[in-house]
Design a protein around this ligand. Structure first.
Ligand SMILES: [Zn+2]
Length: 228
């Protein structure tokens, strides 16, 4: 068993790790920076979310507090919008931007946004393929079964499809958020910083997809080398 092949393509994993680290650093530093910037209207994340939801006639979604950092999310099953410590009762530009982004997901849910439906439909498939793909790839490599490796790579590719479908869902939620915030909850000079927060957050999803693509590329290179 020759494992040198694994080392040779390992630089792809290092690139993926580097991109992921940069993305995390960018979102954390941007969020922290604009958490210091208090909005002139002194509206909390929770209040902003409630104002936005009511203004769009969404009355079946509740806004709750959740612990953790950057754990904000919209739960379409239970119709709950959960805001974290730095968002829920804070009046910063970052808090309002994130709260509005989560409202964007609630609006997508309310108007049956196609990519959100598609993404939800992919969840059970990806839950399964992400669990079986790595064992298939490694067992395939160890036993020298190219077919098993290929099945594993195809299964792993479903994860990339899921991450790619996530991108329009995230970009669209942020676009909706910025349209709503512009001139209502945020003033003109608070719009640019809010955009920066949401752009940095969106990049974490781009980084995740890039990381998966690089991993797939690595497995393809390794399996080709094996077959030659
Ligand atoms: Zn989102």
């Amino acid at each position: 068993m020759n494992f040198y092949g694994f080392d040779n393509t390992y630089f792809l994993i290092l690139i993926a790790m580097g991109i992921s680290m940069l993305a995390q650093r960018w979102v954390t530093s941007t969020f922290n920076k604009y958490s210091e910037w208090q909005t002139s209207k002194a509206v909390t994340g929770k209040e902003a979310a409630e104002v936005i939801l009511r203004a769009h006639n969404i009355n079946n979604v509740t806004v709750e507090h959740t612990s953790g950092s950057l754990t904000d999310h919209y739960d379409p099953t239970n119709k709950v919008l959960r805001l974290s410590d730095a968002t829920y009762d804070r009046t910063s530009v970052a808090a309002v931007a994130v709260a509005a982004h989560e409202c964007g997901h609630a609006l997508q849910d309310a108007d049956n946004y196609g990519f959100m439906r598609l993404r939800a439909g992919l969840v059970p498939i990806v839950n399964f393929t992400s669990r079986v793909s790595m064992p298939l790839i490694f067992i395939g490599f160890i036993l020298g079964y190219a077919g098993l490796v290929n099945i594993g790579i195809i299964a792993f590719s479903a994860v990339l499809v899921f991450q790619l479908v996530t991108l329009p869902v995230e970009f669209n939620a942020s676009n909706r958020a910025m349209k709503i915030l512009d001139g209502t909850i945020l003033t003109q000079d608070e719009i640019a910083p809010a955009k920066k927060v949401l752009r940095a957050a969106a990049f974490t999803y781009v980084a995740a997809a890039l990381g998966t693509a690089l991993q797939i590329l690595r497995f393809v290179l390794l399996s080709r080398r094996r077959n030659n």
